[in-house]
Ligand binder design. Structure first.
Ligand SMILES: [Zn+2]
Length: 204
């Protein structure tokens, strides 16, 4: 019934440090390795820590991230934050996918501190994810927080579950986008965003 135990821990984001470690010991044994071998003795504790960090987005609170960094402005030109690096875990294999996100919005009356957008990306990336939902969640959160005229998000990522398992190697890079408000309705706005982003962004 070990798998049941694992599920319970997954459902409990407040789980205490160290509680994942015994599951990793079992996993190592199940893989045919010796968990007591020198190099592996501390591995369960390390994986415990790493997994908690890689999924720490569940613990993040939007209000804490924003911390009042919303400003009233008259500025009505597009704001673009490009090349936001992110690392996430695919929820189907729990293997990494990583890449870059480009986030833009068209302010109405508020702007947000620029450093906050990468933190919003981290909040959703550091979870078990799929790229499509990650892209949507970032867009919808920016929309909800800033109430701009529109939001555009483009996400370029590479997936280890495809790269390492030898499936669709040629297509291990995927692009997703979410266009809200003016970015969806107005071709000029969308084109302006795409032009700004396409300018040197084919690394993924
Ligand atoms: Zn996967």
């Amino acid at each position: 019934m070990k798998s049941n135990k694992a599920v319970v821990k997954m459902m409990n984001p407040q789980g205490q440090d160290g509680t994942i470690a015994p599951l990793i010991t079992e996993l190592i044994a199940q893989l045919g390795e010796d968990p007591k071998r020198d190099g592996l003795v501390r591995t369960p504790q390390r994986v415990d820590k790493a997994m908690r960090f890689l999924t720490s987005g569940y613990q993040m609170k939007l209000e804490q991230i924003l911390n009042g960094a919303l400003y009233e402005v008259k500025y009505d030109e597009m704001v673009v934050v490009k090349d936001i690096e992110f690392f996430s875990l695919c929820e189907h294999h729990m293997l990494p996918f990583y890449g870059k996100m480009h986030v833009a919005y068209l302010p109405q009356k508020k702007v947000i501190g620029l450093s906050k957008i990468p933190r919003i990306v981290d909040m959703f990336a550091r979870r078990l994810q799929i790229q499509e939902r990650l892209t949507q969640e970032v867009a919808q959160t920016v929309q909800q927080v800033i109430e701009p005229l529109g939001v555009g998000v483009i996400c370029e990522a590479r997936h280890f579950c495809m790269m390492m398992r030898g499936v669709e190697k040629q297509h291990s890079g995927a692009m997703t986008s979410a266009m809200l408000g003016a970015f969806r309705d107005c071709k000029e706005t969308r084109d302006e965003f795409l032009a700004l982003v396409n300018h040197r962004s084919n690394g993924y």
